[in-house]
Design a binder for this molecule. Sequence first.
Ligand code: FDA
Length: 308
Amino acid sequence: MNAAGVANAALRRTILAAADDRRVQRFVRRHGRKLGAGRFVPGETLDEAVVALRRLNDRGLLANTSLLGEGVRDRAQAEAVAAEYEVILDRLAAERVGCNLAVKLTHLGLELGEELALANVERVVARAASHGNFVRIDMEQSAFVDATLRIYRTLRERGRDNVGVVLQSYLYRSERDLAELLPLRPNLRIVKGAYLEPPEVAYPGKADVDAAYVRLVEAAFAGDGYTAVATHDERLIEHAISLGRDGSRFELQLLYGVRPQLQLDLVRRGHTVRIATPYGPEWYPYLMRRLGERPANLLFLVRNLLRG
Ligand code: FDA
């Protein structure tokens, strides 16, 4: 890694570590709107999200949406999240928006128990199936990978096919996980990984994460499933496109507010492009991960604050 890379990686770790500091939390939560959180999160309500989703559809972009939240440690709250997702799915169907769901298992109670998270996510997946829609299970911190993959497998064993999962290229284990999942003809989203992970489980260097990303995409494309190549890294996007996979068997995914021109350029080139568009009042950890990915975004926030 060169000097700039080392500085960037250090800044990234500092931002992700600072996200847990109560004073940072209080400040960013209080000034979120003014800081420009709206660049990455279109709103706090489903109504606001639907407006943004429509706007994306109008530009030829598909979407997925999530009610922001994670780490729920109250059973009733986790069940309420599942119920809210049913409402969201009904609304997406009624509005005929081109949008599926992405959910986090810790939002649906994984830290309270695997059975609870499974029951809640199955309820969401079943409602999605009734609308012909699809649910992606996001991947969270490395401590949750085993449980997440077990739940995904259980859903598939129970005949739930409208569900997919995520693999993170920064984890050493992901290539093995991919090989073990391939016989299921999985619907996989490949990402680099957004959490602060120790070198015992994840590549610390960007070059290694990028190289692992290429290997994962190539291995996924060699299999029979559907692959979502989720990155803003143009080199990796172009590499995936150059592999020549049939357009019905992969899509490109980017985040709301990140590289919007690239999103449109890819649509114009005829690719299926889906924009992850989460919403809700619990935007804080999500925003901090977006900052960690690109420390230059800190400047964007500071500029907004000064402008305020
Ligand atoms: P990289 O970080 O190398 O960035 C490549 C280029 O893209 C940068 O040079 C910069 O210009 C631009 N860029 C990247 N991030 C930016 C940002 N936040 N703001 C502005 N510009 C930015 N992670 C996870 O652990 N679990 C998950 O389930 C998901 N799900 C998910 C879905 C989708 C649709 C996407 C696109 C990403 C995720 N992620 C994720 C996040 C992912 O792990 C990763 O942190 C980000 O995608 C950033 O990495 P890139 O692949 O974009 O590459």
